[in-house]
Design a protein around this ligand. Structure first.
Ligand SMILES: NC(=O)C1=CN([C@@H]2O[C@H](COP(=O)(O)OP(=O)(O)OC[C@H]3O[C@@H](n4cnc5c(N)ncnc54)[C@H](O)[C@@H]3O)[C@@H](O)[C@H]2O)[C@@H](O)CC1
Ligand SMILES: Nc1ncnc2c1ncn2[C@@H]1O[C@H](COP(=O)(O)OP(=O)(O)O)[C@@H](O)[C@H]1O
Ligand SMILES: [Mg+2]
Length: 323
């Protein structure tokens, strides 16, 4: 099989034509069963924002797995979101033996507001292994990978022996990471002040593991090794010299530098993966749409007053603009 050549650097949004089509006889099962994992007492809003963003961008069914003590809080945000209580450590974080059944879902988004304690670490480790399923890791899921040094010493994964494997699956083409510059600095060791070096470090990870990385900021970049690893699963090995796919987003504004705005993005990326887009397509369309919603929100109320609520509230207008 011929290894696909990487697309050229994409300057403008390629996203406009790619909104998932809705057939006349469609039902909710056609648009993705989404699971979001995260939250803790004090940061229940984060994962709730992700869940509402998933619903607002077309997901058919959205469930949120949260520490038991947060269930009523999260359930109160949106009546369309289902909640799954997970073992609690007694004070509103995931308990040390926390685990989650991901089988019924098409995609899992994980990380916002979950902290980096024992239970959160156990959940992220579980999900890290499940490379046969699309996953989005944000915030504390990324912080945990960095803290545990799993990308650089995958054998450190504590459950390795139980799974009969000694190292992390090197094909992580189903994984999307959405770090802000602080999280990317923890993951790569490259300072958040050196944007160019951060993007290069993200490209190296994308190339090595096939993963897709959304390097958030103004502007946001998406780098992806998805095609390389997809090619590697056929009858030829990955030819990493082919390079990674790179996209620079052109929507968004500094008004989006406000708490919870990244949590909304996590929900949008997860939603689009659940609707059948590949990792690179889902990530690029999500950042484009999220930025456009932020631009509409800024037009409506100004950058200073912009909050995560307004980004969420303008997602429908952003979708209408690109449909
Ligand atoms: N409503 C909620 O419950 C919210 C919960 N959140 C959660 O709060 C926890 C901590 O996340 P935070 O992101 O606040 O904290 P972090 O400590 O991860 O990030 C903040 C630090 O990262 C660096 N940083 C971030 N963006 C940067 C940029 N654009 N350029 C340079 N440096 C940058 C800065 O050093 C900054 O002090 C996570 O679990 C997160 O999901 C946040 O998502 C905010 C909303
Ligand atoms: N100056 C900026 N210009 C454009 N977008 C920005 C800017 N600052 C932040 N954003 C966007 O806002 C979001 C912030 O994400 P993050 O820091 O994870 O927020 P939180 O964790 O509070 O939800 C990202 O999508 C990022 O691209
Ligand atoms: Mg964040």
């Amino acid at each position: 099989m011929k290894v696909p050549s990487p697309p050229p650097f994409i300057e403008s949004a390629p996203a406009d034509q790619r909104w998932p089509y809705r057939a006349a006889d469609a039902h909710k099962g056609n648009f993705g069963r989404v699971l979001l994992v995260g939250g803790s007492r004090g940061m229940a809003g984060s994962i709730s924002l992700s869940s509402m963003a998933a619903l607002a961008t077309g997901s058919g069914l959205v469930s949120v797995a949260i520490p038991d003590r947060c269930l009523e809080t999260v359930a109160g945000f949106h009546p369309g979101v289902m909640t799954i209580p997970i073992q609690d450590d007694g004070v509103g974080a995931f308990g040390a033996d926390a685990s989650v059944n991901t089988k019924p879902y098409d995609v899992v988004g994980c990380g916002p507001g979950m902290g980096t304690g024992a239970g959160a670490t156990a959940l992220v480790e579980q999900l890290f292994w499940q490379a046969d399923q699309h996953r989005v890791f944000d915030a504390d899921a990324i912080n945990i990978i960095a803290k545990e040094n799993w990308l650089h010493s995958p054998a450190l994964l504590r459950n390795s022996e139980h799974r009969g494997k000694s190292t992390l699956p090197l094909d992580q083409s189903t994984l999307v990471l959405t770090p802000h510059p602080g999280e990317l600095a923890r993951l790569t060791g490259v300072s958040a002040k050196d944007r160019d070096a951060q993007i290069e470090a993200a490209k190296s990870l994308a190339e090595r593991f096939g993963m897709t990385i959304v390097v958030k900021g103004g502007p946001t970049w998406v780098v992806s090794g998805e095609l390389l690893k997809t090619a590697a699963t056929a009858d030829v090995p990955a030819q990493n010299s082919q390079g990674v796919q790179v996209y620079r987003n052109r929507t968004g504004n500094p008004g989006m530098a406000t708490a919870g705005s990244g949590d909304v993005l996590t929900g949008v990326v997860t939603s689009l993966l659940g609707q059948g887009l590949g990792a690179f397509d889902a990530a690029t369309l999500a950042v484009y749409l999220h930025g456009l919603a932020g631009d509409f929100a800024a037009q409506a109320i100004g950058q200073a007053s912009l909050t995560c609520r307004e980004i969420l509230g303008h997602l429908p207008a952003a979708i209408r603009a690109i449909e």
